[in-house]
Design a protein around this ligand. Structure first.
Ligand code: ATR
Length: 285
């Protein structure tokens, strides 16, 4: 029997999720339909789309820009949240949980973005244990990855942002939401004040493909540089590659978060390396 999935966003035509999830389904040998679901950008429309999908027998939904916070609010008021979703204040994965009876179905929101990042970094062979890490950016992208990184056993974490006060507010909010983060004592600074050598620097700003460049101090260095964006050449990665760092864009994070969603929905385990090769091979054809 075909299992039905959607990704809800606005805009949504560009989403790569259908091809990624079809590759997963082929790998584990199940029959799925996975479609892009456009939704007007308002609460009532979003809630109605989610309700219609699950009432119609849908198994799982991904949620992307700009609806991750609305999905969080919906699960908070009408369902349940995973710890990662609760702390991130954002949901990218929706499913129904319950005892299996048709009447006992509760909406459940998870957030697999941060664990997708951790899994990708680990698969690159970059060590997170005790690593000295800086994240640049204090928006939604940074918010979603801080708890999973700390849970992965990193050492010191510095959160840098153009607007220092936003970094401080984010750390305060996250510390209030999670003892794990509170106990880790995340440091903050202005991006221009970020100096020294880190094991890993992660670009979590939205600057990626805008053509703007981050103001990076001359004496800021790292062994590994990761940009959560993907697509064409990213100036942040070019900067640190020229200084001898290993670099990666966020394409592997996209596949990694998708794999975790798929695993939550279907209870199948995905070989992410094999799936990534299959997706790349299909693009070349
Ligand atoms: P989100 O919707 O993900 O929460 P956001 O709040 O716009 O997005 O955050 C994007 C992040 O990119 C912020 O950290 C932002 O810095 P500010 O808090 O100072 O605005 C950062 N960012 C965006 N454009 C930038 C630029 N040109 N230079 C430096 N940082 C930038």
């Amino acid at each position: 029997m075909t299992q039905h999935f959607i990704v809800i966003g606005n805009p949504i035509a560009h989403s790569k999720s259908p091809e990624i999830h079809q590759t997963f389904a082929a790998q584990v040998g199940i029959d799925i339909s996975y479609r892009r679901q456009y939704c007007p950008d308002d609460v009532a429309s979003f809630d109605a789309v989610v309700a219609a999908f699950f009432n119609g027998g849908g198994v799982g939904a991904n949620v992307t820009v700009p609806f991750k916070q609305l999905a969080y609010a919906l699960c908070k008021s009408q369902g349940r949240l995973s710890e990662h979703a609760r702390v991130a204040g954002a949901v990218n994965t929706l499913l129904l949980t319950g005892d299996g009876s048709p009447k006992d179905k509760t909406l459940y929101g998870d957030n697999t973005d941060g664990q997708g990042l951790v899994n990708h970094i680990t698969s690159l062979g970059w060590t997170l244990t005790n690593a000295r890490i800086a994240i640049i950016g204090a928006g939604g992208a940074a918010r979603g990855v801080i708890l999973p990184l700390i849970q992965a056993g990193i050492g010191q974490l510095t959160l840098a942002n153009r607007t220092l006060s936003k970094a401080q507010v984010l750390v305060d909010e996250l510390s209030a939401a999670s003892n794990t983060i509170n106990e880790h004592a995340v440091e903050t600074c202005a991006t221009t004040e970020l100096t020294g050598t880190f094991d890993l620097i992660i670009n979590a700003t939205s600057i990626g493909l805008s053509g703007d460049t981050l103001p990076i101090a001359e004496d800021l260095n790292c062994h590994y540089a990761y940009d959560m964006m993907y697509g064409r050449a990213l100036p942040f990665l070019q900067h640190f590659a020229a200084r001898g760092a290993q670099t990666s864009d966020g394409y592997g994070m996209l596949i990694g978060q998708a794999a975790l969603s798929f695993e939550r929905w279907t209870a199948h385990t995905i070989d992410v390396t094999q799936a990534t090769s299959a997706i790349q091979a299909s693009k070349k054809r």
